[in-house]
Design a protein around this ligand. Structure first.
Ligand code: 8YV
Length: 331
C-alpha cells in the first residue's frame, strides 16, 4: 500500500493523542520528552512530512533553510506561534496550523487565580501552615490583603482569552477596561461592561490590575517597556499568562524592588525557563507569585489540543485547508 506520511512529534503528548497518531500516521514520538536539540530539529525538518512542535522548539528561518521540499505542514501543539518563523515556513510552501480555542477557558481560569494570588496573599497564607508553627490562631487584623471587587482591571489584548478573563473578572465585581488594536463589538463591550482605551499609556496610569493577554509578535515585544511600566500606579498589580517577552522583565524587577508597584503574578518569563533570580527572591518575600507556564496545563486542554493537531493534519493530508491555519499576516 501507499507509504504513510511521517509525522515527527518533538515532545511527549497526551497518551490519547499519541495512540491515535500511531494508528493514523507513521509517527515518530519523543518518548523521553527532552526538548529537541537544534540538530534534531534540522533532522526533523529534512525528513518529516509533518512536524508537530511545541513552545519549547524554536523553528527559525535558519532551521527551515534545511527543508528540502518534503516537509509540508507544521502542526503546532499550542496557541501562540511566536516560536515559529511563520513567514519563512509559508515562503517555503509549508503550511502552519495551531490549536486555538480549546485552551481559552483554562488559561482564563489560571489568570483569574493569579489576579487573586498576590492581593489575597494566597501563597503566603498557605506557607504559614505548611512551614509549621507559625499560626497561633485567627486575629482581626492579621494577614489582611486587598479586595478585588470594585477595582479596575486593564486587559492588554482582548482576544479570546482576554474576553474569557473579562467575563470572569466582571463576575468578581471588577471594572473591566481594555487596550486592543481595535475595540471589540458593542455587544461584547456591553455584556462585559468593558471600556476601550485606544491609548495604552492612559489606561496603564489608571488601573489597579494589569493583565497581559496578547500574543508575542514584533509589535508587542516589550510593549510594557521601562517607560510604560513607570506609568503604572504604585498600588497596582501586574499579571502575565501570555508571553514573557511582552514585558521588559528587568524593568519590572526594578519596579518591584523599588516598591513602585504592589506586586506581580507571572506564568511566563522573558527567557523561558530561565527565570530572573531576583524574581525568585521577590517570590520568597511574597511580592510576586511565579508559576511554571501552567496556563493551559489541564488534562482536558492538552487532550483537546492533541485532537486539534490531528484534525489539522488529517484535513491537510486529505487535500483541504486545515481549520486552524496560521498566516504570516496574523503574526
Ligand atoms: C502551551 C501556550 O503550554 O498554547 C500556548 O500558546 O502557551 C500553552 O498552551 C504551549 O504553548 C504548548 O506548546
Amino acid at each position: 500500500g501507499k507509504k504513510k506520511p511521517l509525522v515527527v512529534v518533538t515532545r511527549k503528548l497526551p497518551d490519547s493523542t499519541e495512540t491515535r497518531m500511531r494508528e493514523l500516521f507513521d509517527t515518530r514520538l519523543n518518548v523521553d520528552d527532552a526538548p529537541m536539540t537544534k540538530a534534531q530539529l534540522i533532522d526533523a525538518v529534512q525528513n518529516a512530512d509533518v512536524l508537530v512542535p511545541t513552545v519549547t522548539d524554536e523553528i527559525t528561518a535558519d532551521i527551515l533553510s534545511h527543508a528540502n521540499g518534503k516537509l509540508r505542514l507544521i502542526a503546532h501543539f499550542g496557541n501562540g506561534v511566536d516560536n515559529l518563523d511563520v513567514a519563512a515556513a509559508v515562503a517555503r510552501g509549508i503550511t502552519v496550523t495551531n490549536t486555538p480555542k480549546v485552551l481559552t477557558e483554562d488559561t482564563a481560569d489560571m489568570t483569574m487565580a493569579l489576579i487573586l494570588a498576590v492581593p489575597r496573599r494566597l501563597i503566603e497564607g498557605a506557607s504559614i501552615l505548611t512551614e509549621g508553627g507559625k499560626w497561633t490562631g485567627w486575629s482581626p487584623t492579621w494577614m489582611l490583603g486587598h479586595r478585588l471587587g470594585g477595582k479596575r482591571l486593564g486587559i492588554i489584548g482582548m482576544g479570546r482569552i482576554g474576553q474569557a478573563l473579562a467575563r470572569r473578572a466582571h463576575a468578581f465585581g471588577m471594572q473591566i477596561h481594555y487596550h486592543n488594536r481595535r475595540p471589540v463589538s458593542p455587544a461584547i463591550e456591553e455584556e462585559l461592561g468593558a471600556t476601550y482605551w485606544e491609548s495604552l499609556d492612559q489606561m496603564l496610569a489608571r488601573m489597579d490590575f494589569i493583565s497581559v493577554n496578547c500574543p508575542h509578535t514584533p509589535a508587542t515585544y516589550h510593549l510594557l517597556s521601562a517607560r510604560r511600566l513607570k506609568l503604572i500606579r504604585k498600588d497596582a498589580y501586574i499579571v502575565n499568562t501570555a508571553r514573557g517577552e511582552v514585558i521588559d522583565e528587568a524593568a519590572l524587577v526594578k519596579l518591584l524592588e523599588d516598591g513602585d508597584i504592589a506586586g506581580a503574578a507571572l506564568d511566563v518569563y522573558e527567557h523561558g525557563a530561565v527565570v530572573h533570580p531576583k524574581l525568585i527572591r521577590l517570590a520568597k518575600a511574597y511580592k510576586v507569585v511565579l508559576l511554571p507556564h501552567m496556563g493551559s496545563a489541564t488534562i482536558e486542554s492538552r487532550v483537546d489540543m492533541g485532537e486539534k493537531v490531528i484534525i489539522n493534519i488529517r484535513t491537510f493530508l486529505d487535500g483541504h485547508k486545515p481549520p486552524d491555519r496560521v498566516l504570516p499576516s496574523m503574526v
